[in-house]
Design a protein around this ligand. Structure first.
Ligand code: DTR
Ligand code: CA
Ligand code: ZN
Ligand code: ZN
Length: 432
């Protein structure tokens, strides 16, 4: 679109190119360093799970002896380490299923950080990567909390769910069993389903920007690039938590999708081959694991626990929910971009006068179409494209969002409809 040479445009362009002074960020609270999770310990759990499958018909599937034996193994380790454990029963496909829940005593239970994996395999095999890897990584991170005698600000809970392979049955049962108030006390759920794939990728769930950032920051310390997990939302036990308005995050090393050449370039492994060629097969045994991926992902679980168990996650003063991450807006005819905020811990619906503060740096505001997307997916138009040549959009809109649940993921969606002129989302916020 028209490029103006005014001072304001030049300043906006400079900012748009990130030449402006970076936002001053408050220093994060000092956090004790998470311990290294010994790979040998994680592998020892996998050996036990393999032996359990060997002794019980070759699998650890829902309704089979191998599943309950797996639960008894994990529970025994946790009981010995000082966790308060409970076993939740449910019925699925005519068989009794079990969830194992373990609480680490202490911490503010109104701000519970929960970490989980699914304990069941498919009937075809022992499920050592799917999801013995997540089971063992979460177990060893929990045992590291005990070894450290961690005194977290927030309460730590761990879960191993049954019948995930039948359709997230155990985790749905768990979330549904919680009162609305108890759901509101879970400030984050971290899910680990397949974290040791033999031809691994490093995928991070992008459902919640803050939780995504925790994991991306960790892998940045290892100089390992990550990608967002895109195999399809809702394909593991984080889905029932997200559907209940709980912030979710997690890691994934890949399943039956094929690794591309570009991915092999940055992660190693074999292009043109599945991340896990034994997915849901009898060959998903203890040899079906990449030790490096299992080690890094297990260490990432501990890093996230130590990071998230400190400080508070109650909504900022004035019930403001903000995302200050810059998001570049591709020039027309580029696709729309979005920036998300996750609202949790509230009750009921959003207000009829929800305040939406928008700060977009752009050289030609008339290029832009801006929408608020509520948790239901409904779009609320905030700004239409026009011939308005004024740069930037920095204003607060009032939206009647009373048909939306307050909790959930809210998005700001921006699209540039006019060629030339560029910019970025600088920040945006909701005030309830
Ligand atoms: N559904 C999981 C495997 C799986 C496939 N895509 C994703 C994405 C994120 C986590 C897990 C998965 C299973 O078979 O258990
Ligand atoms: Ca390690
Ligand atoms: Zn599976
Ligand atoms: Zn799985």
């Amino acid at each position: 679109m028209r490029t103006r040479t005014t001072l304001a445009a030049a300043a906006a362009l400079a900012l748009g190119l990130g030449l402006g002074a970076p936002a001053v960020q408050a220093a994060p609270p000092a956090v004790a360093a998470a311990p290294d999770i010994p790979l040998a310990n994680v592998k020892a759990h996998l050996t036990q799970l393999q032996q359990i499958a060997n002794a019980n018909g070759g699998n650890r599937a829902h309704g089979r002896a191998g599943y309950k034996a797996s639960l008894d193994y994990v529970k025994g380790k946790l009981d010995a380490a000082g966790f308060t454990t409970s076993v939740q029963q449910f019925t699925s496909s005519g068989a009794t299923g079990y969830n194992l829940i373990a609480d680490w005593p202490g911490g503010d239970t109104s701000q519970t950080v929960m970490t989980g994996a699914h304990l069941d395999s498919v009937t075809a095999g022992p499920g050592i990567n799917d999801d013995g890897s997540g089971t063992a990584g979460v177990l060893e991170a929990a045992l590291a909390v005990s070894r450290a005698q961690l005194k977290p600000d927030k309460h730590l809970r761990f879960g191993w769910f049954g019948a995930e392979e039948l359709g997230l049955v155990g985790s749905k049962y768990y979330v549904n069993s919680l009162s609305t108030a108890d759901r509101g006390k879970i400030s984050a759920y971290l899910n680990f389903d397949m974290i040791g794939s033999p031809n691994p990728g490093y995928f991070v769930y992008d459902d919640d920007p803050a939780l995504e950032k925790v994991f991306k920051d960790y892998f940045a310390t290892l100089s390992i690039p990550t990608e967002i997990e895109t195999e399809g939302d809702g394909r593991s036990d984080h889905a029932p938590f997200k559907n209940a308005g709980i912030r979710v995050g997690g890691l994934f090393s890949g399943a039956d999708y094929t690794k591309t050449s570009a991915q092999a370039q940055k992660w190693g492994g074999t292009a043109g081959r599945a991340f896990d060629a034994c997915y849901h097969s009898s060959c998903d045994t203890s040899t079906n694991i990449n030790d490096t991926a299992l080690d890094h992902n297990s260490d990432a679980i501990a890093y996230a626990l130590w990071q998230l168990s400190t400080g508070t996650t109650t909504p900022p003063t004035g019930d403001v929910y903000e995302n200050t991450t810059d998001v570049t807006i591709p020039d027309s005819p580029g696709a729309a971009v979005t920036s998300s905020v996750s609202v949790t811990g509230r009750t009921g619906n959003a207000p009829s006068a929800l305040k939406v503060g928008v700060d977009i740096v752009h050289t030609y505001s008339g290029d832009l179409v801006v929408d608020l997307i509520g948790p239901s997916g409904k779009a609320y138009r905030l700004h239409n494209s026009s011939s308005d040549s004024t740069p930037n959009i920095n204003t607060t809109y009032t939206v009647n969002a009373s048909t939306e649940t307050a909790n959930g993921t809210w998005k700001l969606k921006v699209q540039d409809k006019g060629p030339q002129d560029t910019g970025y989302i600088n920040s945006w916020k909701l005030t309830f």
